[in-house]
Write a protein that binds this ligand. Sequence first.
Ligand SMILES: *Cc1c(COP(=O)(O)O)cnc(C)c1O
Length: 379
Amino acid sequence: MSASGRYTGLIGRYADRLPIDNDAPAVSLGEGNTPLIRLDHLVADLPGEVALYVKYEGLNPTGSFKDRGMTTAVTQAVHEGSRAIICASTGNTSASAAAYAARAGIKAFVLIPDGKIAMGKLAQAIMHGAEVLQIRGNFDDGMRIVKAMAEQAPVSLVNSVNPYRLQGQKTAAFEICESLGRAPDYHCLPVGNAGNITAYWMGYSEMALAPGAAGTAACGFCNGDCVYHQNAVAHRPVMLGYQASGSAPFLRGGPVEQPETIATAIRIGAPQSWEYALTASRESGGWFDEFDDEAILEAQWLLASREGIFCEPASAVSVAGALRDIRAGHIEPGSTVVCTLTGHGLKDPDVAKRHAEAAVSTVDATDGAVREAILGKMA
Ligand SMILES: *Cc1c(COP(=O)(O)O)cnc(C)c1O
């Protein structure tokens, strides 16, 4: 918050909880502060009176949660004198990196997999003036190369192996606790590179004033009178990670060579935060599960058509998981459950367009034809 009370983004809001120097000017687009929306229709037929919420991260400035980590990573990179950043990306990281680099007046290099990037995300990277390098390989190949480039070229790496990324992303857990007045009982996430599940666990651990999964300390900022102590929560949620079946290393117990899924944001075979994610799952008493592409698209359609919330396919796997685990009784009756909807549906218009043929009827441009169509649809 600025002195006037105007919301100025994550670094302004959570300065004392982020390891960013006070004199580092924040590179911000007003990210964070996204809505937590209770779903009514999708749980209506389910047993157990579960309160199901979604954290709609598609409403961040570039349309995904990546902005939370990019404001901190780019702020720190610029503060350290960096003139260029680099990342490998399935799409959203490159869109976010490109926007924050433009904001900071520095260069962004983004490596994207050959042909497997959603149109909206590529358009963003181009519009924000990034240098886009399409590699003849997948995300995991790109990740290996950008790590090498951070050593061999004057560029700062802003993938989630950069610790400032996860620091920024943990703030979503703070917002959820503040909004609910408590921690949820379960938190459901899509898992790709596994940075976000790690970041949420860190955030919840800090809110519970417990040692965090990634080695964060207890509060340590005050004598018990800071805003975090006042808002401290009594417990941490059970962390549930969901993957696409064609790209599910956590279900297979190790890397997947040729990951495939329509949910391109989680088309990752060798997650960089493997150990941290396993720790979060184990410490929280959580589990991993998987869904095929058809089930993922079904959940995306349900959210959009029955709740009015349009997310991208990867995001919907969290809701697919929550619904299945509520129905199966794996999620305790009476629980409060939060799913992160990681990215906006407009990112990937090609997937949504598959529904178009059934949804659009062409009629004559006359009152009569349109009236007839309305009455036909209402019948
Ligand atoms: C990056 C991303 C994910 C995966 O997050 P990880 O931190 O890599 O596990 C999921 N959904 C969307 C939309 C993303 O952009």
